[in-house]
Design a protein around this ligand. Structure first.
Ligand code: C5J
Length: 228
């Protein structure tokens, strides 16, 4: 199927998603070492990072299929300038942890651009042609050029994956929804440090007739991407 192919239906909650490949992008949120590996920002907050690793294999398969189909792919990274000029003091001190954003750790300064921990995990490394949006907040539209990048490409639909389900994925889906994008979230391609938050966050997206968007699985998306 070429990216210009017409609308297809992907089985989803609360009802089938009308998938238009030429107007749809895969947006992979914050699959960074700082969230998924020991010694990063997520671990510094006291989280068990192993919960997030289950999303890696489904993301790899989806990424490969989207690339093969010619779908637009974008990635995001949460992080701050080395001088921390874009770090609100409230975010710096939140949690009162022993190590906070900008402090040194085993993968360099926590959540700081250019440090090893800020990088996207090697399993999901972006291609040189895939935009990487650096964001200082939880939502990918706040203080970034994501909306302009999508508009320039004629994108109206987003398949949103990544971590964490209830924080950066959810905030981004809400921001996208308010800007007129239809969002489809494959449940196995998003993950949370808290399984109960993951489930609740997915229900919040598809409840009330899809108040924020649609929820499906990568298998259902792949079935459509792979079908002639
Ligand atoms: C968090 C994120 N959880 N990417 N960031 O702080 O969800």
């Amino acid at each position: 199927m070429s990216a210009a192919a017409a609308t297809r239906h992907i089985s989803a909650e609360p009802y089938a998603f009308e998938f238009t490949p030429a107007a749809c992008a895969l947006l992979v949120i914050d699959m960074q070492r700082d969230f998924l590996e020991p010694g990063g920002f997520g671990a510094a907050l006291g989280n068990d990072v192993t919960h997030l690793r289950r999303a890696i294999a489904p993301n790899r398969a989806l990424l490969a299929a989207c690339r093969a189909t010619g779908l637009t792919v974008l990635h995001t990274r949460e992080g701050h300038r080395p001088d921390l000029a874009d770090l609100p003091p409230a975010k710096k001190i939140r949690g009162h942890g022993a190590r906070t954003i900008g402090d040194p750790g085993p993968m360099g300064r926590l959540l700081v651009r250019g440090e090893p921990g800020h990088a996207i995990i090697p399993e999901l490394a972006p291609l040189p042609t895939e935009p990487v949006i650096d964001k200082p907040g939880k939502g990918a539209f706040y203080a970034t050029d994501l909306h302009a990048s999508l508009q320039h490409r004629g994108i109206r639909q987003l398949i949103v994956t990544g971590v964490t389900t209830e924080v950066c994925v959810h905030t981004t889906v809400r921001e996208a929804n308010d800007r007129g994008y239809d969002c489809l979230v494959p449940s196995d391609c998003v993950a949370s440090y808290f399984p109960e938050f993951h489930s609740a966050a997915l229900k919040m997206i598809s409840a009330q007739g899809g108040i924020f968007g649609w929820v499906t699985t990568s298998e259902k998306i792949l079935a459509v991407l792979h079908s002639p």
